[in-house]
Write a protein that binds this ligand. Structure first.
Ligand SMILES: [Mg+2]
Ligand SMILES: [Zn+2]
Length: 232
């Protein structure tokens, strides 16, 4: 038995491992998309999107092509993100709820640490575990910095997010995955509960896999409290 918010929670309520995508999940829009749109030339993203969705090119290929044309300082890129990709409702409450209830959380992102840190700092959120790539912005051209992501995944043939999830997963964890896009497809199959929106939701529906739709993080807390935690 342990105390949660002044109440004594049942010892049967297992702590969760919450694995959360960043772009388009924690933020309302994909920050990479916003930056490419603002500094990389109009239409660059839209041109690549169909082949990316169809699996003809990898996320890394698309990122290389898209960011080759981005000429902006860090401050300029972050200003575009702050203007066009605000944080999704309820995320700060979600973080506080998880911390209080003893659930572990990790952000698994194919995006950029410098952007993630700025968005979270703006929202007064600190000390989250984050795994992502990074970028060095400059007026001369952006340089992508790839994170170590283990070997090629046996399921999707990429260096996908499964590796980072596996490193953090304990045998008894109930894994919750929250995401919206292509980089979440493979790893979400490893989760016990998936919250999905946008193209991830469409993909899972096509595959006949179950997921819970969401618009904000308050809905996720509500769902977990009512379905997972109460039933545990
Ligand atoms: Mg995303
Ligand atoms: Zn994979």
């Amino acid at each position: 038995m342990w105390a949660v918010g002044g109440l004594v929670a049942s010892a049967l309520v297992a702590p969760l491992l919450l694995a959360v995508d960043f772009d388009g999940t924690i933020t309302s829009r994909d920050t990479l998309h916003v930056i490419v749109e603002a500094f990389g030339g109009r239409g660059v993203w839209d041109e690549l999107e169909p082949s990316l969705q169809a699996g003809e090119i990898t996320i890394e290929d698309a990122m290389r092509t898209q960011f080759a044309a981005v000429r902006a300082t860090t401050e300029e890129a972050l200003a575009a993100v702050r203007r066009d990709a605000p944080i999704r409702d309820g995320f700060r409450r979600f973080v506080a709820w998880a911390e209080q209830a003893g659930h572990r959380m990790v952000i698994l992102s194919a995006g950029f640490r410098v952007v993630i840190d700025a968005v979270l700092a703006d929202a007064d959120i600190a000390n989250l575990e984050i795994h992502s790539n990074d970028i060095a912005f400059s007026r001369e051209g952006a340089r992508l910095i790839w994170a170590e992501r283990g070997g090629t995944c046996g399921h999707c043939g990429r260096r996908c997010k499964r590796h980072q999830l596996a490193l953090r997963r304990e045998p008894d964890d109930h894994v919750v995955y929250v995401g919206d896009g292509i980089s979440d497809r493979c790893v979400s199959a490893q989760a016990d509960t998936v919250f999905a929106r946008s193209s991830l939701a469409e993909y899972l529906a096509d595959q006949g896999r179950s997921y819970v739709p969401f618009d904000d993080f308050d809905e996720i807390v509500h769902h977990l409290e009512n379905h997972h935690l109460r039933a545990a």
